[in-house]
Design a binder for this molecule. Structure first.
Ligand code: UD1
Length: 455
C-alpha cells in the first residue's frame, strides 16, 4: 500500500488530551496500526487454523520418519519462525497456501539454534519429539516472556521421569535417553499444574518410548487433543487426550500423516468480542462452538446474543446495553488467559464493575495502562483488575505489550471515539492471520503505516 495515500485517507486525525511525554514512543520506521473507531461492522469472518495447535503439530512432525502434511496453516510470523527452526534441524519444508509439507525423513542435527528458540517459547516444546526420535537433543531455554517467568521445570522433570538425563549448561537444555538403545522409557508422570506445553512435550516424547506412560493432571486444551490426533494419525497409541489423564503406549516408529488443524478458538473469540464492542453483527466459521463455551457464556452474561447457526458457524449480535461480569482465567475448560485482554477491552464499556483475575500468568495485565490511556477506568492490584464501565473510549496512541494485549487494543480502537494508533505490531503479527484484511472486509477502518516521529 502506498503510505502517502494512507495518510491522506485518514486525515484529519482525532485530537488527544494526553501530554506528549506520557505517550508511547514510536520506534523509527516501525509499523503503526491506525484505527478510526466507531465504524459499524457486519458480515462474515473466516477463521484460520489454530496458532497454538500448528506450532505443536509442527514440533510433532519430528516424530515421523516419513514426514507429514499439515493443512489449515495460518500465515503467521510464529509459523515462519518455527519453520526456520525445523529447517535448521534438517526438515525440508514447502508451503502452498495453507498446506505445509514437512519432510522429516532426514534430521541432520539434534541441536536447535539459540537465536530462534529464544524468540518463541513454543519451539522449546520440540525438545520432547527431538529427544524421542534421536535419543538426544539440545534445546536453548526459551527466552523470558513479557507475560511472566514461564519456567520449564515441568518439561524437564517429566523427561527425567521418562529416563532422560537432562542437564542445563550455559542456558542450553542437554538431554539424552539413558537406556542402551537410546529410547525413552514409559513412566507415570504427575504435573504439578496442567501446563499445556509440558503436556505436549511429554506426550510427544512418550509416543516413541518403550512401554506405557501415564500423564496425570494433564492439560485438557483442544490444542493438546489436536496434537494427540496428529500423533494417532501417525500411528501413536494415545488415549484420554482432552481429559486430565493421558495414557500413551509407546510404539517403535511413526509414519506419514495428512492432518488438518483445528480452527483458532482465540482468533474466533477475538472477533466475537470485536462484534460485541462495536455493537455489530458478525458471523464466523469454521469454529468449534464447544471450544468457545467459556467465551460464549461470558458474552451472554454481558448481554450479547450468540447464535450457533451450524456445527461450525456462530453469529454474534451486539446489543445496546451491557452489564459487567467477573472473569477469572483458568486452565481449559475454564476461561482462557489468551482471551482475558480482549474481554477486558469489552468490560471497559459495560455498566458496573467487573473484576478480572489473572491466575495463569503473573504479568499479563500490562494492557490495563494502555486501555486507561484510551479513557477506560481500570484499577489494578497485583493480578486483579477492577474495571468500571465508562460510556465511551477515546482513541489514543497505545503500545502493544504482548500478543493478546495487541488484539485487545485493536478491538478497543474499533469502538473508540476518534483515532487509535497501535504500536508494537510485531506482537500482533505473531498470532493473527491477516487481521487487518479480515476486519476491513467487515467494515472496519484501519490502516498500517510507517511513521518516523512521535505520535
Ligand atoms: C500455552 C499457550 C499460551 C497459553 C498458555 C496457557 C502455546 C504455544 N501457548 O503456553 O498461548 O496462554 O498455554 O493456556 O500453546 N508452568 C510452570 N512450569 C513449567 C511450565 C509451565 O510453572 O514447566 C506454569 C507457567 O508459568 C504458567 C502455567 O504453568 O503459569 C501455564 O503455562 P503453560 O500451560 O505451560 O503455558 P504454555 O504452554 O507456555
Amino acid at each position: 500500500m502506498d503510505l502517502g495515500t494512507v495518510s491522506q485517507i485518514i486525515e484529519p486525525l482525532a485530537s488527544t488530551t494526553l501530554e506528549l511525554s506520557q505517550m508511547p514512543q514510536i520506534e523509527p520506521n516501525a509499523p503503526v496500526l491506525r484505527i478510526i473507531g466507531k465504524a459499524p461492522l457486519s458480515g462474515h469472518v473466516p477463521i484460520s487454523g489454530a496458532k497454538n495447535s500448528i506450532l505443536a503439530l509442527m514440533a510433532g512432525t519430528l516424530l515421523s520418519s516419513e514426514g507429514c502434511r499439515i493443512r489449515n496453516v495460518p500465515n503467521l510470523a510464529d509459523v515462519e519462525r518455527m519453520s526456520d527452526i525445523l529447517e535448521t534441524l534438517g526438515v525440508k519444508i514447502s508451503r502452498t497456501d495453507e498446506v505445509l509439507d514437512l519432510d522429516t525423513s532426514n534430521l541432520t542435527t539434534n541441536s536447535a539454534p539459540y537465536e530462534l528458540v529464544s524468540k518463541m517459547r513454543a519451539s522449546f516444546f520440540a525438545l520432547g519429539s527431538l529427544l524421542a526420535r534421536l535419543g538426544s537433543a539440545k534445546m536453548p531455554l526459551p527466552g523470558g516472556c513479557a507475560i511472566g517467568a514461564r519456567p520449564v521445570e515441568l518439561h524437564v522433570r517429566g523427561l527425567q521421569a521418562l529416563g532422560a538425563d537432562v542437564q542445563i549448561e550455559h542456558g542450553i537444555v542437554i538431554a539424552h535417553a539413558k537406556s542402551r538403545n537410546g529410547r525413552l522409557q514409559g513412566a507415570k508422570i504427575y504435573l504439578d499444574c496442567p501446563s499445556v506445553g509440558a503436556t505436549e512435550t511429554l506426550m510427544m516424547a512418550a509416543t516413541l518410548a518403550e512401554g506405557q506412560t501415564i500423564i496425570e493432571n494433564a492439560a485438557q486444551e483442544p490444542e493438546v487433543i489436536d496434537l494427540a490426533d496428529l500423533c494417532i494419525a501417525m500411528g501413536a497409541q494415545i488415549h484420554g487426550a482432552g481429559t486430565n489423564t493421558i495414557i500413551i503406549d509407546g510404539v517403535d516408529r511413526l509414519h506419514f500423516a495428512d492432518f488438518t488443524a483445528i480452527p483458532d478458538r482465540i482468533e474466533a473469540a477475538t472477533f466475537m468480542v470485536a462484534a460485541a464492542i462495536t455493537r455489530s453483527t458478525l458471523s464466523m466459521s469454521p469454529v468449534v462452538p464447544a471450544h468457545l463455551t467459556a467465551a460464549i457464556s461470558k458474552l451472554q452474561d454481558i448481554g450479547v446474543t450468540v447464535q450457533i447457526d451450524a456445527p461450525d458457524k456462530i453469529t454474534v449480535i451486539g446489543g445496546d446495553r451491557y452489564r459487567a461480569v467477573d472473569i477469572e482465567t483458568l486452565p481449559y475448560p475454564g476461561f482462557p488467559t489468551d482471551m482475558q485482554a480482549q474481554f477486558m477491552a469489552l468490560l471497559t464499556i459495560c455498566e458496573g464493575n467487573g473484576v478480572v483475575t489473572e491466575t495463569v500468568f503473573e504479568n499479563r495485565l500490562q494492557h490495563v495502562a494502555e486501555l486507561n490511556r484510551m479513557g477506560a477506568n481500570i484499577r489494578l492490584k497485583n493480578n486483579v483488575a477492577v474495571v468500571t464501565g465508562v460510556p465511551q473510549l477515546s482513541g489514543a496512541p497505545v503500545m502493544a505489550t504482548d500478543l493478546r494485549a495487541s488484539a485487545a487494543l485493536v478491538i478497543a480502537g474499533l469502538a473508540a471515539d476518534g483515532e487509535t494508533k497501535v504500536m508494537g505490531l510485531h506482537h500482533l503479527d505473531r498470532g493473527y492471520d491477516r487481521i487487518e484484511e479480515k476486519l476491513r472486509n467487515v467494515g472496519a477502518k484501519l490502516y498500517r503505516t510507517i511513521e518516523t516521529v512521535n505520535a
